[in-house]
Design a protein around this ligand. Sequence first.
Ligand SMILES: Cc1cc2nc3c(=O)[nH]c(=O)nc-3n(C[C@H](O)[C@H](O)[C@H](O)COP(=O)(O)OP(=O)(O)OC[C@H]3O[C@@H](n4cnc5c(N)ncnc54)[C@H](O)[C@@H]3O)c2cc1C
Length: 312
Amino acid sequence: MTVEALQVPVYRPFVVQVARLQRLSPSFLRVTFTGPDMGDFASNGFDQRIKVVLPLPGQAVVDFPADPDWYGAWRALPVERQMPIRTYTIRALRPEAGEVDVDFVLHGATGPASAWAETASVGDEVVLIGPNRPFPGPTGGFEWHPPADASCLIVAGDETAVPAVCAIVEALPAGQRAHVLLEVPTAADALNVAAPAGVRITWLPRWPDDGGAPAPRGALLTAAVVATVEELSDVLAPTPGVQLEDVDVDAGILWEVPEEEPLPRRSSGVYAWLAGEAGVVKGLRRHLVQERGVDRRSVAFMGYWRDGRVSD
Ligand SMILES: Cc1cc2nc3c(=O)[nH]c(=O)nc-3n(C[C@H](O)[C@H](O)[C@H](O)COP(=O)(O)OP(=O)(O)OC[C@H]3O[C@@H](n4cnc5c(N)ncnc54)[C@H](O)[C@@H]3O)c2cc1C
């Protein structure tokens, strides 16, 4: 790569406005953003992550550092002037229209991103930190890397992973065997997904229809993943005796993903992609790797958020 090419940032800030809002369900709001230079905004598809920079009260997001080292410039600001930055997923990108869709989970006014989404209006401005199309190399930022020989896929997560999972599922080839397990707050949060033949999607609402008490967070997802792994024991080639090092999900981030490089031909037979609340994902990691011997090179474990902890 030339010196000039190396000076092109891989990711960069894009000032965008809300073009449309669509309430998909009780818990999901689709925000369509547009902006003058969205033609340079790129996506690798799948679970492509981006950052959303939210305005502070009384401050316009155009004040956000436009520097290629925007992060260093942001960190150098006094804490009270640092605009909150949160991680989201590109649900859909339409470069020809200069539009990107981001699906926000509405979890109340407990965090700046959810609070912003609850009151968002057409014309509101935020900054998206996204892949920069002019960058000449791979821009990364996604973790969907199934090995070519995986005979079955498990794609599982909670509501924060729904946008990523929907994008992944819609890109699967016809005939790919896949079990998709999604825990969401209510039955009405089961969204329409254009899934190819071979994909089985199971929505797991925590709140029962009969008005009873909700299931504890992660309980339905965990039970469904455990049952699915059991069901797939015929294709699983376990690696026995793996001892996992502990991950403190309150102090750090649970993010254990296979290399972006092509995986070795021999997988566990199953490739799994698991994302959601970090404590729940940690329990699934223990079950799959330690108890069932699933090859960790065939599983992506991602703590998307931590209950009770601000993601900054
Ligand atoms: C790679 C990646 C992709 C992601 N994609 C999406 C996406 O497309 N859509 C999406 O909605 N989220 C997504 N998330 C999760 C999102 O970043 C977090 O939910 C984030 O905490 C939201 O920020 P906030 O400002 O609303 O809350 P914060 O300020 O971070 O947290 C405030 C409080 O709210 C709690 N909290 C945070 N999220 C939730 C939740 N979902 N339900 C209940 N309580 C919560 C926290 O535990 C904390 O107590 C993604 C995360 C990652 C790492």
